[in-house]
Write a protein that binds this ligand. Structure first.
Ligand code: 4GX
Length: 233
């Protein structure tokens, strides 16, 4: 059972994703649990402030270390049965290592992942030094907070849990599992606006179909993502 704990100042943002699709399925099958914590519940000042002005000046606000540290320690104390080796605290930020399928696979083998969603200009450096184990970015672009990146990780990890996605096949054969992009897929009708389904797919010749799909995968990877070939994602 993978326990996912999220720390955010916008817990409501997570109600959608945990109640639908693969994540709902994973929860229903008791393969994972998703808990959302409101960072403001861990503040000690009377205004429930989670951020403050940066030392040295400059624009914007920085998230303070104390509420984040306390939230993580509270969650760890609640999860005391978890083997420490299989518990990871993740900070989402543009400075992190870019997320790849390999990291999702690693995370899917954990017992507990605690995700810190930052906002504003960033977090006090001591969050990195004292609290987080991993810093992850979902890509080279700037968002307003770590909440959507957290959902990306949750979605990508849960579908890898044994028994969540119906046919194991659909995970093994798909894109990235073999460092190749997917081959083209068709479903009915046979002709749509003059475009025909490739003859080989209708032939029923499974050997030929497999050969065609491999060729198409390779061709599209060479053309669109040559960087994927020979890379160990
Ligand atoms: N992949 N952002 C986080 C605030 C922040 C900055 C530094 C912690 C440390 C992003 C991304 C992303 C914008 C989320 C800045 N929090 N996160 N936020 N790309 O752009 O993960």
């Amino acid at each position: 059972m993978l326990k996912i704990d999220i720390i955010t100042i916008f817990p409501q943002l997570f109600t959608n994703i945990t109640d639908f699709g693969v994540i709902k399925e994973g929860k229903a099958k008791k393969l994972c649990e998703v808990n959302v914590y409101n960072l403001r519940d861990f503040t000690i000042d009377k205004h429930k402030k989670v951020d403050d002005r940066p030392y040295g000046g400059g624009t914007g606000m920085v998230m303070a270390v104390q509420p984040i540290d306390d939230a993580v320690n509270f969650i760890k104390s609640k999860n005391k049965t978890v083997n420490k080796e299989f518990q990871k605290v993740i900070l989402l930020s543009p400075q992190g290592e870019t997320l790849k399928q390999k990291k999702l696979k690693f995370l899917s083998t954990m017992e507990n992942i605690i995700i810190i969603c930052g906002r504003y200009e960033g977090v006090d450096e001591r969050v990195r030094l004292l609290v987080s184990d991993l810093e992850i970015s979902i890509g080279d672009y700037i968002l307003t907070g770590g909440e959507i990146p957290a959902m990306v990780i949750i979605d990508g990890v849960i579908r890898l849990l044994e028994g969540v996605v119906g046919k194991e096949q659909s995970i093994i054969h798909e894109s990235f599992e073999n460092n190749l992009l997917d081959f083209p897929q068709y479903t009915r009708p046979e002709i749509y606006k003059g475009i025909r389904v490739p003859e080989v797919l209708i032939s029923g010749n499974h050997k030929e179909i497999e050969k065609w799909r491999k060729e198409k995968s390779l061709e599209s990877t060479r053309e669109k993502r040559p960087d994927l070939i020979d890379k160990n994602y």
